[in-house]
Design a protein around this ligand. Sequence first.
Ligand code: OGA
Ligand code: MN
Length: 228
Amino acid sequence: MQISRRALQKSLILFHNIQKWPAALAEEMAQACYVKKDFITEAEEKSLLTEVEPHMKRLRYEKSHWDDAIHLYREREQRKWRDENLDVISRIRSESFGANTEHLTYVHILDLHKDGVIKPHIDSIRYCGDVITGVSLLSDAIMRLRHKDQKDELVVDLLMPRRSLYRLGGPGRYDFTHEVLDETESVWQGQKVPRDRRISIICRDLPKLSNRAIQEEEIKLKPIPEEN
Ligand code: OGA
Ligand code: MN
């Protein structure tokens, strides 16, 4: 079936060279990895910002992550939330995790500078389970997924508009790296996507028991990437 041009333009997932993809893999990716536009309202965005901003302002942007995956960012983890924001966090979790999934109680807040970039990496299986999910505040951005063994052949982009939710699961979690493009690379269907400062509120489920680096209570969420 031919997807209409209109539908394609509205779609938030874009496979590069779809004809080169094994159909089953493309299908699996589209099921497990997606973006939902307007997942939170403007008021909810504002409310989250009011809670996270005062903490963030005290931190300086770091030039580089310890393993070089993230540039110009500041981050923190938060367990306790104001009730109204906790409602939003719960909605993110129930949207993206399966029923009865154990999730990390900490939420990861990543503040990426306008000129910041997240390079290709896979989150460590010791600190995160099958799903990575988050909402984007303040700016649109493009997340690019590349197959770990076919970096230039199997590539798919997710457009993450401000206030949207993204979910990475299935092969998109373990077999693909993810990255957030810088402004020069942020082009969607031929149109530039301006990159401003972006704050992401990221929820992860618990690593499989056998992979856990440390006991649950001690897990301090660090999105330690394994690969570049
Ligand atoms: C990470 C990461 C994505 C985001 O921190 O490991 O990939 O949405 N973040 O900021
Ligand atoms: Mn990551």
